[in-house]
Design a protein around this ligand. Sequence first.
Ligand SMILES: C[S@@+](CC[C@H](N)C(=O)[O-])C[C@H]1O[C@@H](n2cnc3c(N)ncnc32)[C@H](O)[C@@H]1O
Length: 221
Amino acid sequence: MNDLKKFYQNNTTKDLNKWKHYFDIYDENFSKFRNKKITIIEIGVFRGGSLRMWQNYFGPQANIIGIDIDPACKQYENNNTKIYIGDQANEDFLNSILNANDKPDIIIDDGGHTSNQQISSFNFLFEELKIGGVYLVEDTHTSYAKEFQDRDDQLTFIEYAKVLSDELNDWYRIKHYKHYKQKIDQVNVSYWAQFIYKVCFYNSIVSIEKRQSETPFSEIR
Ligand SMILES: C[S@@+](CC[C@H](N)C(=O)[O-])C[C@H]1O[C@@H](n2cnc3c(N)ncnc32)[C@H](O)[C@@H]1O
């Protein structure tokens, strides 16, 4: 059993709201960051339990930032954990947090879960994630529930993430694919192609890892 699952199972304070199958997914995505000096942003503080869980898992060097729209969440602030009160879809608010802290290594979106909140937070914050960082969106099953759809264009986060997976292949969308090896350096690819290493789809979670891409190259040797 991994340490996150142990923490959850031993927790009796009713301040942690998690689906049980998430712990293996977290460990798969986050174990490389343990006991390092990192910055984590979690959108969605609720009763503060997940922030305690992250502190326990990542260790004392981790700088943890919680974001919530509910002013009552400010009470969970401590020496290692800062809490900011505001709307996750408000870019000015997010920018003020980024300006006051180191660039994040990990961003977890467990906030309001509407399509617009998930998409607009991702669009704004992914650029600010450190290279090598992971952006993880929870409860993406909300993409299939009408009450979470609040965008005029009807786009859900799951549909958006599928588009991002297409962007990984932006280099190969050139007109005459058979000549692509000669032209590959001239292809202007999207920001997403340049900085997304992988998009992982799990049950109710999508994680996106950021890396600086190299121009794809293959030859017979
Ligand atoms: C599912 S709970 C978070 C659970 C917590 N991460 C945990 O694991 O225990 C969702 C939280 O998102 C907050 N929230 C809802 N809408 C928000 C918004 N627009 N911006 C920021 N936080 C929001 C709610 O106040 C609530 O505390």
